[in-house]
Design a protein around this ligand. Sequence first.
Ligand SMILES: [Cu+2]
Length: 499
Amino acid sequence: MKKALLCLASLAATSLFAAEPPPITGGTLPGPDAKRTDAEVIGEEKAVLTAAPNVPLPIKRKHAVKVIVNLEVREVVKRMADGVDYLFWTFGGEVPGLFIRVREGDQVEFHLANHQSSKMPHNIDLHAVTGPGGGATSSFTAPGHESQFSFKALNPGLYVYHCATAPVGMHVANGMYGLIFVEPKEGLPAVDREYYVMQGDFYTKGKFGEEGLQPFDMEKAVDERPSYVVFNGAVGSLVGDKALKAKVGERVRLFVGNGGPNLMSSFHVIGEIFDKVYQEGGAKVSQEQVQTTVVPAGGSAIVEFGVEVPGTFILVDHALFRAFNKGALAMLKVEGPTNLLVYSGKEVDATYLGDSAFTGAQGKVAALEAQMKKAIAGDPKITAMGKEIIMEKGKRVYSQTCFACHQAEGQGLPGVFPPLAKSDYLMADKARVIRGVIKGQTGEMTVNGQKFNGVMPPVMLNDEQIAQVVTYVMNTWGNSGDIVTLEEVQKIHAESANQ
Ligand SMILES: [Cu+2]
């Protein structure tokens, strides 16, 4: 039986780019496979496809059907990061492409449309297909056209699909991939939540965070030097309000994919252990109690875990510079009662996230600067916007320099780092604050009636950054003061240098 399967697989593999399809003709399969096939296909239905992070509902039916899948390729400009846009090539207008769920034994009638606004022809190679090019040879579709082919979902598992039109790497690098889950006949054990998370690496002419519409950079792609590594098509696609959600006591299943085109993912959830892993997206649980699972480019994994305590759990590619500097970071927010036996409490997210906790500042600076240019022509609103820009830049400085001690919300740490939020000490004397930031400060001080006696080292900032960050702290978390100008900082700097 194994031999027959192997033989089929190698035939399919060698024919991936062959012009002539090999002599495997529709439906008639060798003996062993025929046994695994539902002889009867009863009825017909249209597949419900979902955009990430959603997954179609588990399949309850006990027999095979003819499933009609309609998927449309669209080339669309979307957000890659705050202030950064990219022309994505997509399956269904989304990166990753829409999630497809069928049952083992189903007869799939696949319709691939290519929107008339597309500039490129595209096709689809589904790793779930046993046949030449995984469907690629039958689905090459010019803009404004539609192709149709059929296949039997013989093998259960979680499979990647992707465009395979030359240059294949470029089509995939532009976002042309997604997942198809062929549900085993007996189904998977029930869980409370299922989510779809797919990693991809992106190659832009500009560096990470460089603003504007960014073109694809072929050289970086060939050299495997991505500017972005992200989950679900953009930096921050699953953070804040868009975080995945669960409640204490629930079981979570993640269908994890990796479109690549280049990088393998070391998929990890900070503060969780995968109690079950279907390694490489295969049909059975192959490992238990796993910390980090490998998701190869063009591959997948299914992971499951229970959530025992509330809090924010961070999903990362544990090749950590990708997570903290290139975007491969997502969040699962778990709500519910604390369980002190399992975990004692104290939030660690802010510490982990560093300046990623402040994503958004950069894009806002760009947007506000653009607004300001428009408004110029002597509008009094300019002053206000100027302040907002300074504030956003100040937020960035804060997130990189001050927040480690004074904390994300300026709340400080009792007895150790004084609060900046609603601090009477801070608001009483602007010049003193500027001097403190330039020279550092030590000795006993009283902030809101609490005594502090620590050491704040001098910070490595230029005068402009100091003006920005002091403006920010004096106008955030309930504080309200005026703008600190560069001139003010320069003056105090000169004075304190002479002392
Ligand atoms: Cu394509």
